[in-house]
Every structure is written in structure tokens, then in C-alpha cells.
Design a protein around this ligand. Structure first.
Ligand SMILES: [Zn+2]
Length: 241
């Protein structure tokens, strides 16, 4: 079982000043949780592996989001595949105002309602560089993490398989191979820059959501064999415009 001590994989000491502060519960165990509601247990790793995941492009040239890009209506709804919003470019955020805080609150709300542990802004129809996650998957437990304009500085050489789901693909779960840990930098909800190392489940959730910010979907990283195993439940994977 994960304990308060083990949750140091989250580099909590580093993240703490930057956590979104809707919860004060800092010692709740981090469970091996699911990305969405219907996965009861992580399956054992598949035997199928593939070369290391593709890296997302560096985003220095990203367009900056205008106020209108961040407009939304609550409650938010999850955008499901094959909506082209999931493949669209996501703009960089440089306005750290009340609207952004409200958007983040709404994203956490829809994430908990749908039993997710991570959510990216394009998944609620907002094409900006923003993600939220909470590996504890319960409001009031664990730490709520908000990353704005995240970048990856370094991936670990070690990779691991994990059975992933995605709120934009209800009912689909499959093994995806990713680096075990990542060093990232990002801005927090107030615009302050920070750097942090993530490993274990937080690194897994981060990489899945970071892919969304590049328009990459989890099946893009599955082996052909794994894809074949889910194709009957997700016809047309990879065939969208
Ligand atoms: Zn997803």
C-alpha cells in the first residue's frame, strides 16, 4: 500500500507550494487508481512492448491564448473521440486570472464526477495548455495538481507498461508503455514557474495528459497487438480527420 512516505514519489515537498489548495489533506495514501470509472483493477502488464514513446514537440512557438479561447460554460462536458478538438493545437496561457481559477475548479469537478484522476483542457473543449490531476481520485483526498504550459525536461530511460483508460474513450483500457519518471517544468495557477520530478502514478498521469496537450491520444502509443485487442470496442481508431 502506498503510504504518506511513499507518496514522496510525487516530490511533494517540491510541489506543495504550487498545489491547487482546495484540499488540506496531505497525508492521504496515493492509491493505484484508475483513469476513469470502469477499470476495477490494473491488469498485469502485457507482453507486447514497443519502442519508447514518441516525444511531444517543443512548444516555444505556441500561440498565446486570447480571453475568448478560455471562455467556457459550466458545467463542463467531456469531449469524446473522434472529436477533432482532441487533435487541435493547444495555446499557451499567459493570463492567470479568476477565469482561469474558475476553469480549473470546473475541470476538477468534472474529473471527480467521471471518476478520472487526470484531465486536460482540450478534453473539456478548451484548446489551451492546462491540465489538472489528483492521483487519489477523490475530492478531499490526495493533492490537486494544476500544471499550466508544462514542458518535459527529461524522461527516464526506464519504461513501464500500465493499463490506461481515458475519459475521452469511455470503456477502453489498454497497456501503454511510457518512461517511468519525468522531470518537468510548468507554471502554477498563479503563474509562478516551478520544476519537479514525477515518478510512478503521477508521472504516468502527467504523461497521458501532456500528450493530450500535444494532440496525441493514448492509442497512438499502443502496439499493433494491443490496438488489435481493443479495436472491436473502438472502431475506427486512428481514422479520424
Ligand atoms: Zn486521456
Amino acid at each position: 500500500m502506498a503510504t504518506c512516505t511513499r507518496s514522496s514519489t510525487l516530490s511533494r515537498a517540491l510541489l506543495l507550494p504550487y498545489l491547487h489548495s482546495r484540499t488540506q489533506t496531505l497525508c492521504e495514501p496515493i492509491r493505484i487508481a484508475r483513469f476513469s470509472s470502469t477499470m476495477k483493477q490494473p491488469r498485469p502488464p502485457s507482453l507486447f512492448v514497443r519502442s519508447q514513446a514518441k516525444r511531444g514537440p517543443f512548444l516555444k512557438q505556441d500561440q498565446v491564448a486570447a480571453t475568448s479561447d478560455l471562455e467556457f460554460e459550466a458545467p463542463l462536458n467531456i469531449v469524446e473521440y473522434p472529436d477533432p478538438i482532441l487533435r487541435a493545437k493547444n495555446k499557451r496561457i499567459d493570463s492567470f486570472d479568476d477565469n482561469l481559477k474558475k476553469l480549473v475548479d470546473e475541470m476538477f469537478d468534472v474529473m471527480y464526477k467521471t471518476d478520472g484522476i487526470g484531465l486536460s483542457a482540450p478534453q473539456v473543449g478548451i484548446n489551451v495548455q492546462l491540465m489538472v490531476f489528483n492521483p487519489a481520485d477523490e475530492h478531499g483526498e490526495g493533492d490537486e495538481i494544476v500544471l499550466v504550459n508544462p514542458r518535459v525536461n527529461k524522461y527516464s530511460k526506464k519504461t513501464v507498461l500500465f493499463n490506461e483508460g481515458c475519459l475521452s474513450f469511455p470503456g477502453i483500457y489498454a497497456d501503454v508503455k511510457r518512461p517511468e519518471s519525468v522531470k518537468i517544468d510548468a507554471r502554477d495557477i498563479n503563474g509562478a514557474r516551478f520544476t519537479v520530478n514525477l515518478s510512478g502514478l503521477p508521472a504516468r498521469v502527467f504523461q497521458h495528459e501532456f500528450d493530450h496537450l500535444q494532440g496525441i491520444l493514448f492509442f497512438d502509443r499502443m502496439t499493433e497487438e494491443v490496438l488489435d485487442s481493443i479495436r472491436s470496442r473502438a472502431t475506427g481508431l486512428g481514422k479520424e480527420v
